[in-house]
Structures are given as C-alpha cells and as structure tokens.
Design a protein around this ligand. Structure first.
Ligand code: NAG
Ligand code: NAG
Ligand code: MG
Length: 263
C-alpha cells in the first residue's frame, strides 16, 4: 500500500515545490514578498466560519458593506492575493469573458462597447497593499493617493490579455473608474505604460458625484455612453458596485477582490 502511494506522494511534493518557486517568480508580484506567516483558513469575524467561506461570501455578494478583512483572515487574504489562486481565479473570469465575446455575431460598426474598471481590474495595486498589509490598517487615503500619483501600478495580466483580445474582435473599450478627475493624467500615463493603449472614453469621478455611491455614479456614466449610441456588450470589475445598478450591459464579469468593499 505504502509503496503504491509513495511515488504519487513524491510527485505531489515536487509539483508543490515547483509551483512555489514559480509563484515567487511571478511577473506581477516580482517586487512583492510574502506577508507574515499564514494563520490558516480558519477563523473570521463569525465564529466557526472559515476564511475561504468568508471570501466566497464576499465574491458572491452575500457578505456586503464590510469595512475591513476580518483580523483572523488577514494572513489568508495576503497569501491568496500573492499566490497562484488569485491569478487562476482572474484567468477563469477573463477567459470566460473572452469566450462570450468571441461567440457573439457582432455588427462591425464600432458601437460594441466593453466597460473596464481600473483598480484591481485593469491595474493592480498589490505593490501598495504588500507594503501596507491586507488588514485593518491596509488602506489610507493619503498614502494610497501618493501611490496612485507614482503611476507605477502594474497591469493585471489576465485583464490586459482580455483587453487586447477584445480589440482584435473589433470591440471598443471604455474605462469607468472611481479615481478622481485630478488623477486623469497620471492614470492615462499609467494605463498606456503597461499596455492599455487605446479607449473611446476614460471616465473619472468628477465633483458632481461627490457623496454618491459607485453604483449611482457608474450607472449614470454607462447610461451616457448608451445615449451616445454604444451597446454595452460586457462589463468587468472587481466590485459589485461596478456591475450593479442600471444600464449594466449584456453580461457582467466579476474579478476577484477580497481586499476591500466599495458600495
Ligand atoms: C451574423 O449577422 C449577420 C448580419 O446581422 C447575418 O447576416 C449572419 O447570418 C449572422 N451569422 C450568424 C452565424 O449568426
Ligand atoms: C443585449 O441585450 C439587448 C437587450 O436585451 C438585446 O437586444 C441584444 O441583442 C443583446 N446583445 C447581445 C450581443 O447579446
Ligand atoms: Mg476596482
């Protein structure tokens, strides 16, 4: 019995080791070191609920309006974001989006539009979160603003790939972001630097939306695009507030993000 299991076990260990080495080599996370040791997937703000269940609840929008990652899941979320699973989950989403777009018999009139969110969808802020942690003290508007102004956020590789494939299918792209108008030029430069070279519109949140939720702001901007004759065939974002509301388009694709919640 043992002799039968042993070779399989060795192969498993080898694969695990190779995977771990590849993870540390990752292009997106090359300047990223792992956070504090993993505390395991048990424990969250709800006694008896595992961090994996918490993450599933977040992704499915069963758990809403949360302010921070539960303290007991901070290590779990850090390891998820920096490891293979986040990238695999991202790929599963963008690949499905691509298959859908490819299956459409699109009119070649430059009116088929795909909406991309920016943060944690087109661009990744992982280098920021690696320095600031994934838990309660992770986000701070001053230091995050300074990070955005550096204009050095890497592309999320899976989203960039989807973007390029959509363009080859003749689909137009618009970005709608919660970033403010004052961040327009650095955002344009950052997008172009990492490979997003063209778009029909880059919508940033202007002062008329101050105090409004992302759902209200993004719905209203999608409506304007439709009024300009665009057909929103797809929409992709890491927050449910990117995807809910009105004028949501034919299909929505939710990118993974267990780091923060925006309503
Ligand atoms: C695709 O659309 C064109 C024009 O609307 C139509 O003539 C053609 O039959 C469609 N092809 C398929 C495979 O649905
Ligand atoms: C998108 O939805 C509209 C409204 O339901 C429909 O008329 C249109 O055919 C759909 N387009 C695609 C590409 O599925
Ligand atoms: Mg986002």
């Amino acid at each position: 019995m043992i002799m039968k299991i042993l070779p399989a076990l060795l192969v498993f260990l080898l694969v695990t080791l190779v995977s771990a080495i590849q993870a540390s080599d990752d292009a997106l996370t090359h300047q990223i070191h792992l956070p504090r040791p993993q505390t395991g997937s048990r424990g969250s703000h709800v006694p008896g609920i595992s961090c994996l269940s918490w993450r599933l609840g977040v992704e499915t929008h069963n758990i809403i309006d949360w302010e921070t990652v539960p303290a007991a899941c901070e290590g779990y979320v850090g390891h998820y974001m920096l490891g293979h699973q986040y990238r695999k989950d991202s790929k599963a989403v963008t690949y499905e989006a691509y298959l859908y777009a490819k299956s459409l018999n699109l009119t070649k009139d430059d009116k088929n539009l795909w909406i991309f969110d920016i943060d944690e969808t087109s661009l990744s802020n992982l280098p920021y979160y690696v320095h600031h942690g994934f838990g309660v003290e992770a986000y701070d508007s001053t230091t995050f603003g300074a990070w955005v102004l550096e204009g050095t956020a890497p592309a999320l590789p899976e989203s960039l790939k989807l973007y390029k494939k959509l363009l080859t299918l003749g689909v137009k792209v618009a970005f709608i972001t919660g970033r403010g108008e004052s961040q327009r030029s650095v955002t344009e430069t950052n997008l172009k630097k990492v490979g997003y070279h063209t778009w029909v519109k880059l919508v940033l949140k202007d002062s008329s939306y101050s105090g409004k939720t992302a759902v209200v702001y993004k719905s209203s901007e999608r409506k304007k695009l439709e009024e300009n004759g665009y057909r929103i065939i797809g929409n992709i974002g890491d927050q449910w507030s990117d995807l809910l509301g009105t004028n949501v388009g034919n299909r929505s694709f939710k990118m993974p993000d267990p780091m923060y919640y925006i309503s």
